[in-house]
Design a protein around this ligand. Structure first.
Ligand SMILES: C[S@@+](CC[C@H](N)C(=O)[O-])C[C@H]1O[C@@H](n2cnc3c(N)ncnc32)[C@H](O)[C@@H]1O
Ligand code: SF4
Length: 385
């Protein structure tokens, strides 16, 4: 049954399509940039590690403002969102308003936060390939615990999507990730790093940060496209995979002049709607059009100027077309592309249901203090799962 809030979202998307009404339909919020891992390619570790996270009040106030402006889907990301002690309160505030709330997580803290899984609409769990490859990309950690995390979330009825960042070192794992999703009974999706973050960090940094060449990327897209056509549970639409497969440019983003040249040779761009229908908010409240822009352009902080002004500011920093997955899927959805909506409904039927909020639970008690003779535990977040 389609909810009243879904109908309102559709009305706003129609107003956008026919009258140019800008509104943040989908917002990703980095609730912290702190993390229990240190993945070599991670943007939050590069640009935001030392920022102050927004407070609970700032975040719930932001959710209220987003709701008023028309937001109906919020994704909590980071850093690792489950590191925040007030994460229950934030999610309950979102769901309580009738919005949908997804989360991206490395799944290593699921066991301590089982009740949080019951509040969410869906969860993306990051897995970059088989155990050896995953650890090369994302650092030493308990891989089996992540797989248990996938099982746990599915067992609690939460729709799961395995998210895989493709770089040179794990491009051979596409089929592995698709098979894993099929075996577990969940979805999967792929994306590529937004930029070469740093390849000068020794062996692991180099391996994980070297992007695929454009030819390798095209080949990978063709493989994903074919796997999806043959029935693998890959959530993004094949319209989008085909666009990336056939991307004719040498760089992942293009500006007006290159775009014009490409169009004169028959390329049909997917119009970018970042800053028109979606955005991402960094942990300190900086509002960016999309994740690929974090740390790359100046952004206003909603904690200083309010969300509306920071949102209006991002119009000025858009590129003309890009080669990134989530962004193009959102561009197609929010331009009301019918095949992309049909794919969404098929891959994510739960999105049509409104989650009923279970009773509030308390965060788990902190672990017992060490025995008096043991050395004191450091306060910092543990680096492994
Ligand atoms: C920044 S993480 C935060 C959530 C959680 N800690 C996780 O790992 O899923 C969100 C997603 O961005 C991906 N990611 C990290 N750095 C990236 C980069 N430079 N380019 C593209 N995606 C990246 C992660 O693999 C993950 O799928
Ligand atoms: S687990 Fe997520 S937030 Fe943490 S370092 Fe890895 S990609 Fe970044």
């Amino acid at each position: 049954m389609i909810s009243y809030q879904d109908v309102r979202l559709m009305v706003n998307l129609l107003r956008h399509k026919f009258f140019g009404h800008r509104f943040p339909a989908h917002v990703a919020i980095c609730v912290t940039n702190k993390c229990n891992l240190d993945c070599a390619y991670c943007y939050s570790q590069k640009f935001g590690m030392f920022q102050h996270d927004m407070t609970t009040e700032q975040l719930t106030g932001l959710v209220d403002e987003l709701f008023q402006m028309g937001t109906r889907y919020i994704v909590l990301t980071g850093g690792e969102p489950l590191i925040r002690k007030d994460i229950r309160q934030i999610i309950r505030h979102i769901i309580g308003k009738g919005m949908k709330c997804g989360m991206s997580s490395n799944a290593l803290l699921f066991e301590r936060n089982l009740d949080v899984l019951d509040y969410l609409t869906s969860v993306n769990i990051s897995i970059d390939g088989d155990e050896e490859t995953h650890i090369k990309n994302r650092g030493q950690q308990d891989y089996k615990k992540i797989l248990r995390g996938v099982d746990t979330a599915i067992a609690r009825g939460l729709p799961v999507s395995i998210g895989c960042v493709l770089v040179k070192a794990n491009q051979h794992c596409i089929k592995y990730v698709a098979d894993l999703a099929k075996e577990k009974g969940c979805q999967c999706y792929f994306h590529i790093p937004y930029w070469r973050v740093d390849s000068s960090e020794g062996e692991r940094g180099y391996t994980a940060c070297t992007p695929m060449s454009m030819e390798e990327t095209s080949k990978a897209m063709a493989q994903i496209h074919d796997l999806k056509n043959s029935g693998y549970p890959i959530s993004y639409s094949n319209r989008m995979h085909a666009y990336l497969r056939d991307w004719p440019f040498k760089t992942p983003t293009v500006h007006r002049k290159e775009l014009r040249d490409g169009m004169s040779k028959g390329f049909k761009p997917i119009h970018c709607l970042a800053g028109e229908c979606y955005c991402i908010i960094d942990a300190d409240g900086s509002v960016f059009p999309c994740a690929s822009m974090i740390g790359q352009v100046k952004a206003l902080k909603l904690t200083e100027v309010g969300f509306r002004k920071a949102w209006d500011n991002i119009l000025a920093v858009r590129c003309s077309a890009c080669h990134f997955f989530l962004q193009n899927e959102l561009n197609l959805l929010f331009s009301l592309d019918v095949p992309t909506w049909m794919n969404l409904v098929k891959s994510w039927p739960h999105l049509l249901k409104q989650k009923k909020l279970p009773p509030a639970t308390q965060p788990p008690a902190p672990p017992a203090p060490p025995a008096p003779s043991a050395p004191a535990e450091p306060q910092a977040v543990a680096k492994v799962g």
